[in-house]
Design a protein. Sequence first.
Length: 422
Amino acid sequence: MSEAQAKAPRGTFDVLGQEAQARMAIEARARAILEAAGYERIETPCFEATELFARSVGEATDIVKKEMYTFTDGSGRSLTLRPEGTAPVCRAYVEHGMHKRPQPVKLWYLSSFFRYERAQKGRYRQFWQVGAEALGSDDPALDAESIQLLHRLLGELGARDLKLRLSSLGSPEARGAYREELKAHLKSREGELSEDVRGRIEANPLRAFDSEHPGTVAVMKDAPLLLGQLTAEDLAHFDQVRALLDAAEVPYEIDPTLVRGLDYYTRTVFEFTSTALGAQSGVGGGGRYDGLVQQLGGPRTPGIGWAAGIERILLAGSPPAPAPPALDLYVCVHEEGEEGDARRRAFALLWQARAAGLRAEMEMAGRALSGQLKQANRRGARFAAIVDGTATTLRDMQDGGQSEMGSEVVVHELLRRLRTLS
């Protein structure tokens, strides 16, 4: 294998050391916050039928048109590495008949996702997200709870300079009428738009609000806004969401230009940004998707959810990395007998210690005894057992005291001493 072949593909990376510990801290915090609110863990397959994303995310979106990793399997089926988490969760909701359970069904996940996009800081082709989905209720309180949970999670993980952008896309019917008005506005000034925006006026005109092209930005300053054209019912729903966020003291800014990149969103949409991330400021966001489950073959089921990028949380915040657990025992092998008796007895002692619930490791790198004791210190071992050809010595790694004893009583003695220390 050449040097180039030995490297990870562009846009992917290995998770090692302290970063792995930081990710564990995020997962632990997410579990504590979300499961306390009634959300249960779900994990979906890393690849799904391509049709799932074409139907749910939208064939005109950049994700489906440009960014999906799609392949044909041995049976000729088109499969796609999941680019997002909501559609797979909704598919699982339908497939497993979760509509028969008490509603709403609340689920959360922490998984890897895949998109072929330009790799840059905080944006990778294989990335991780923590997400939450609540299905089976259109109560505005569920919207507010979902937003509040992400707000709390990001806050407890130390995300800096957070801002919550909030808006409503209304019902599909209201948005349909608005799309026609927006398309007419874009076509009237088509020559000023970027080529990309011109190419999707018919399919996805709302995404023009996301453009950074100077001409397009100027055109969108005069564009009609959907938020001012909500139906009375949609407006009442949005007003209730805002009132509940106010009651929970979650600060937000109304942004009528906020659109999400996926077609399934309805009513409430939101995004948390952090200026600590620079131009690519999004940390996490989501919204309501009241028609998605039905679109995938299930019953009419309202839902709301969000996802936040793990890599972006790490860049925006400072989650406390849990210290790796210290060892109770490090088993050293001083010297072996002619038939390796010391190593066999050391391995038996290792198994006995772990069976008793102790955190234990054994020397497996061929170090001399002095090197083994240094390794025991590096691993934070409280005690070391030095096994030689005839006996075992238990050493206290803090005060250096040690005593010789039979291997069969080491675990019992170690448990006794640890109880005394606790």
